[in-house]
Design a protein around this ligand. Structure first.
Ligand SMILES: *Cc1c(COP(=O)(O)O)cnc(C)c1O
Length: 421
């Protein structure tokens, strides 16, 4: 996070005081550091430099095309989960042969779009999806590269909502049935089996779940190769965690050290799908205090950003550090930081010890670069906030603030409701 730092007691992003940006674009807004984004990508990607690999950034964590372009220019690929994400990836200039398509519910039109774009592979999540991809590819006279996403049934020891590799989760196909499914895939006409994949969950802060998952994959790969199925790509998914509060997640280099030996043994190209670890701590949400109020035993700080802008606290009870833009070391109070949305679940922090923020003051919600803007909505008819990118001493609005007209764009009043005069 060193690109978000205090200079003369004033919060800056790289060399720009964040207050200066707030003055120009208003609040709330998302703020990303270009140099942090690029550094995080490089640290991850270079950790695997000794083995053939593709680092496919998980677009759902942060889908702004300027952010994507940052990684694409570093040689990165993209992990997508929808046709809309494919559109964004291509718009940002991604190499289709570095695009992998994950997700449990791919529609036919999305499969067609991916095939006509010549993506590297589909991470297939069920037998029916496999048959559908084969049928669509046959009709289009194409070969569909595929990997089966297996469910290794390891516990990533993370929040239940973001754990995906347990057998009760909806993702992937059962390890035990995978061999038989590969056998079926081999007989399909328009499917090219390229590899195997898994993704065990998100915000994983230990190495062992990844190592366990890879161990199980290796056993399966050995069996598949015996069956004459060539596995050339091993996709380990994403999920590496970050520090929000006091977690101590493994460094990408530690993660690499734990899996590289297997990579060499397997003689495959590794695919990684990191999202949060690249962008999470490269962005913050800037907001402003509208009002403060106290009841008998509670202090509330009401800010102009709500759960529609950053839903993670409401959805997962996640922790985001709250920092003032100026005046650290002031008297502190215990308060709930709440938004303007008409829901009791609308909060950014609960029962938090924070500086005694004053009305009109700016506030930084830290570690908001992943699953921040991408999960935002227009709930309560609030226009979505702008995204700003800082590079060195300059800042760029990479997505403008929505206005009221954006809110009703696409809506129509049917003739029977038209006003008669
Ligand atoms: C969400 C997701 C990722 C990215 O997860 P992070 O925890 O952000 O690294 C990668 N792969 C798949 C299939 C996903 O669903």
């Amino acid at each position: 996070m060193d690109d978000f730092h205090y200079q003369n007691d004033e919060l800056c992003c790289e060399r720009v005081p964040v207050a200066k940006i707030a003055q120009k674009v208003g609040t709330p807004f998302y703020l990303y550091s270009y140099n942090t984004l690029r550094r995080h990508f490089r640290v991850f990607d270079e950790a695997f430099r000794t083995v053939p690999h593709i680092t496919c950034f998980a677009l759902k964590a942060n889908s702004n095309i300027s952010v994507l372009r940052t990684f694409i220019r570093e040689g990165g690929g993209v992990d997508i989960v929808s046709g809309g994400e494919l559109y964004r990836a291509l718009k940002a200039g991604a190499d289709p042969q570095k695009i992998v398509y994950s997700g449990v519910g791919k529609r036919i039109d999305e499969i067609e779009f991916a095939l006509s774009s010549n993506i590297l592979l589909f991470n297939v999540e069920s037998a029916q999806e496999l048959e559908t991809i084969d049928a669509v590819a046959t009709r289009m006279k194409k070969k569909a590269g595929i990997a089966l996403r297996v469910n290794p049934d390891v516990d990533p020891q993370t929040h239940p909502h973001i754990s995906t590799g347990l057998k009760e989760n909806k993702f992937g196909v059962d390890m035990k049935k995978a061999r038989e499914k590969y056998g079926r895939a081999k007989r399909l006409r328009s499917v090219d089996i390229k590899g195997i994949s898994c993704h065990i969950g998100s915000q994983v802060t230990k190495i062992t779940p990844f190592v366990d998952a890879l161990g199980r994959l290796k056993k399966l790969i050995a069996l598949l190769r015996k069956d004459g199925i060539s596995i050339r790509y091993v996709d380990l998914g994403g999920g590496l965690g970050i520090t929000y509060k006091n977690e101590v997640p493994p460094h990408p280099v530690e993660y690499a050290e734990a899996v590289i030996k297997s990579a060499e043994e397997l003689d495959c190209t590794f695919i990684f799908e990191p999202g949060r670890v690249i962008v999470g701590n490269a962005g913050i949400l800037m907001t402003k205090v509208l009002y403060t109020k106290s009841s008998a035993d509670k202090n509330f700080i009401i800010v102009d950003a709500g759960m529609n802008d950053l839903i993670r606290p409401s959805l997962y009870n996640s922790y985001h550090r709250i920092q003032p833009v100026m005046g650290n070391g002031r008297k502190e109070i215990n308060a709930d930081i709440v938004g303007p949305i008409c829901e009791s679940g609308d909060y950014l922090a609960k029962g938090r010890t924070v500086p005694a923020f004053e009305r009109g003051e700016l506030m930084a919600v830290m570690s908001a670069g992943a699953y921040g803007f991408t999960m935002s909505s227009n709930y309560n008819s609030r226009p979505r906030v702008p995204e700003v990118l800082v590079n060195g001493g300059r800042f760029y609005v990479i997505r403008r603030r929505e206005d009221y007209r954006d809110l009703t764009r696409g809506e129509n009043i049917p003739s029977f409701l038209k006003v008669r005069r």
